[in-house]
Design a protein around this ligand. Structure first.
Ligand code: COA
Ligand code: MG
Length: 303
């Protein structure tokens, strides 16, 4: 398994790369992960000029502890290769991750990987720029295992339910919003993507929720994604950031209980017991594996 950097992704905030004011605001929000967008949030007339605005924002603003990412245009466009070249040449030192939208296959991710490898050599960057991939086409969902295995540079799979809805023909009024479907309309897709991600030690992240004036509905979507093993959700507006970062942080009392349970289990093992009672219920090595996920999350956050 690849040795991947442990980055926080409880919230990935989308910021239009055409908008200097929003980029300035984003840098000050204390969000885990910011991606400056060259794709759908930017009109075609602004694509080229936005590269320079993004370079300026990456090099000029204080991003604190936020992971700095740029979402490029997809590989079927005329923009994608120059998005990477112009941004990485001018701001590679201040960039952590490239986000690839509408990946269709492992070969797409490998193209970005090879280009970045060449550029890191030329620019003598002594770090590895990561790749986050959006799974948002039915072809990509069918090949999600292959995409997850594409390259050690890959760090995260994101379920992009906006384009995915269009690709599958799902009818939703707003991106990520209520469907009227009996049950959770994204049950299968979130499960499938998260299984592929976990099998390759990647982060799984849930995509956008357009109705930013409905915090309770957004919180519920965060909760569903979190229960399935996803580590975070997108925000498209500053008001969503705190909600996601709270839902994807384990509660302090749960972390305390998890650490105590692990101790109790270790004590049982020392007495030659594999299964014991804890708070009136059975625990064994599987219980410890479950809570160890929680402790790992707490460690990554620094709790
Ligand atoms: N990042 C940083 N700042 C943002 C922001 C974002 N994604 N969205 C809004 N803001 C800022 C606004 O500039 C405004 O700042 P101000 O108070 O200093 O003037 C403040 O947050 C409140 O914004 P509000 O007035 O409620 O909304 P708006 O009309 O300015 O913006 C959207 C609404 C939907 C246009 C905006 O949130 C947006 O562009 N979101 C991202 C879209 C995107 O990236 N889509 C592609 C991925 S799905
Ligand atoms: Mg999309």
């Amino acid at each position: 398994m690849a040795d991947r950097p442990q980055r926080l992704r409880r919230c990935q905030l989308s910021v239009p790369g055409s908008n200097e004011k929003m980029m300035q605001k984003a840098a000050a929000l204390g969000v885990d992960f910011v991606f400056l967008d060259l794709e759908d949030a930017v009109a075609p007339s602004q694509k080229r000029a936005s590269r320079a605005r993004i370079v300026e924002a990456l090099n000029g603003l204080n991003w604190g502890r936020s992971v700095r990412c740029v979402r490029i245009n997809d590989l079927s466009t005329e923009y994608a290769y120059e998005d990477i070249i112009e941004v990485v040449e001018a701001a590679g030192k201040n960039l952590d991750v490239i986000m690839l939208p509408k990946a269709m296959s492992a070969a797409d991710v490998q193209f970005v990987d090879k280009l970045l490898t060449m550029m890191e050599k030329k620019l003598r960057l002594n770090k590895r720029i990561g790749i986050d991939v959006l799974i948002e086409e039915v072809e990509a969902m069918m090949r999600v295992e292959e995409i997850a295995a594409s390259t050690p540079r890959l760090e995260c799979l994101i379920f992009g339910m906006g384009d995915y809805s269009a690709s599958q023909g799902v009818s939703l009024k707003d991106i990520g919003g209520p469907s009227g479907y009996p049950g959770d309309v994204w049950h299968y897709q979130r499960h499938r993507l998260t299984i592929a991600a976990r099998a390759h030690r990647l982060d799984a992240v849930d995509g956008p929720y357009a109705d930013f004036r409905s915090p309770d509905a957004y919180r519920e979507e965060c909760r569903r994604a979190m229960i399935l093993g996803m580590v975070g959700k997108w925000a498209i507006h500053p008001s969503q950031v705190e909600i996601a970062q709270a839902v994807f942080s384990p509660a302090p009392e749960d972390v305390k209980r998890a650490r105590e349970m692990i101790k109790a289990y270790d004590a049982a093992l020392a007495q030659g017991l594999g299964a014991v009672q804890y708070e009136g219920k059975m625990i064994d090595i599987a219980s410890v594996r479950i809570v160890r996920n929680l402790v790992d999350r707490a460690d990554r956050i620094g709790m």
